[in-house]
Design a protein around this ligand. Structure first.
Ligand code: ZN
Length: 337
């Protein structure tokens, strides 16, 4: 069921079964030369039904639609292959687009698996097959066009400007409409959910720093309505950006504190198990494996930031990373930015 949130702009709430995010906000903009759709939902029957049901309600034909995928995650990109098959034109950033093409490729997941070993996490073989990032991904590669910073998407009354905001994924894009002061934030800014900042490999160094820079990049944009990809739409994005900046500062302090409590260098898993997590499990041993992989990714992005700031030292021993506080550099309070 679609809901109009602004003239000619509709929110199509797509259920995300068995996922703590609950639903994705897909947006449909009508009134332009072609309909513009932002994000799709998982590639699963429940999401497909809601997504295409919404298009039918508004008489939007995929053949006359441009579909913009803000970032690679399957809850955003999942139905892109099916849409392309039905004649829609798909748009993604260069970096995340390339990653979407590999989401069903086992070699990429093998890399993810190896990274977990590097983090000191014991890992079950079948997790990769069950991982929603793979199970709900598009069927395979498909043709798409590339969007980059500064490109303008013509949506009739709305001229959407592409803004590059790396962080939540290495090449996430957002859309800004300066005339009406609208901003489509994907997963860059969410409320009350905190966007997950994972580690994407050493080829994407200091990704948390890039995320914090991307938050500051949009801070002063005049925005009256932020159309997020999950949960609440925001009329006061600066309030939420301030909270997210404070959250990561607090996290960094927590991670440094945890390292101080260990007498010897600690693994990413050692750190993750002592961090505070807002999930309903008594302790680390009770976490489902998928939550553990999520938690170590988050721990690693913060450790990686502290290494980047030279406050923490990192070394690899027998294929596992170890971290220790760099005492001489970490007496000052942490500053982000
Ligand atoms: Zn995401």
């Amino acid at each position: 069921m679609v809901e109009q949130v602004y003239p000619n702009i509709y929110k199509n709430e797509i259920p995300l079964p068995k996922n703590p995010l609950k639903a994705l906000n897909s947006y449909i903009i009508t009134g332009g030369p072609r309909a513009v759709i932002i994000d799709t939902g998982f590639n699963c029957p429940e999401a497909e039904e809601a997504f295409f049901g919404g298009l039918a309600e508004l008489n939007v034909d995929p053949k006359a639609a441009d579909v913009i995928i803000t970032h690679l995650h399957a809850d955003h990109s999942g139905l892109a292959y099916k849409l392309e098959q039905q004649g829609a034109r798909i748009w993604m950033s260069a970096g995340d687009g390339k990653a979407v093409m590999r989401m069903r490729d086992d070699r990429g997941w093998e890399k993810t698996r190896n990274r977990m070993t590097l983090f000191g996490l014991e890992f079950e073989e079948d997790l990769i097959r069950k991982h929603p990032g793979r199970a709900y991904a598009p069927e395979g590669p498909f043709p798409y066009s590339v969007l980059q910073e500064g490109d303008i998407v013509d949506a009739g009354d709305y001229q959407l400007e592409v803004i590059s905001v790396p962080g939540h994924t290495p090449d996430m894009i957002n859309l800004y409409e300066p005339k009406h002061r609208l901003y489509f934030s994907g997963d860059h800014v969410l409320d009350p959910i905190t966007p997950n900042i994972a580690f994407w490999g050493f080829e994407h160094p200091a990704i948390l720093n890039r995320y914090l820079e991307s938050l500051r990049k949009i801070y002063d944009l005049p925005i009256d309505l932020m159309l997020t990809a999950h949960r609440a739409l925001l009329t006061d994005p600066q309030r939420r950006i301030d909270e997210l900046l404070a959250h990561h500062l607090h996290r960094l302090e927590e991670v440094e504190g945890i390292l101080s409590d260990y007498d010897q260098p600690a693994t990413v898993t050692d750190v993750a198990r002592k961090m505070t997590w807002r999930i309903r499990h008594r302790d680390w041993e009770d976490f489902p494996v998928s939550q553990k992989t999520f938690a170590v990714g988050e721990a690693m992005s913060h450790l990686d930031y502290l290494v980047f700031r030279d406050r923490v030292a990192m070394e690899e021993k027998d294929g596992v990373l170890y971290f220790a506080r760099n005492e001489k550099n970490s007496t000052e309070p942490i500053r982000i930015g």
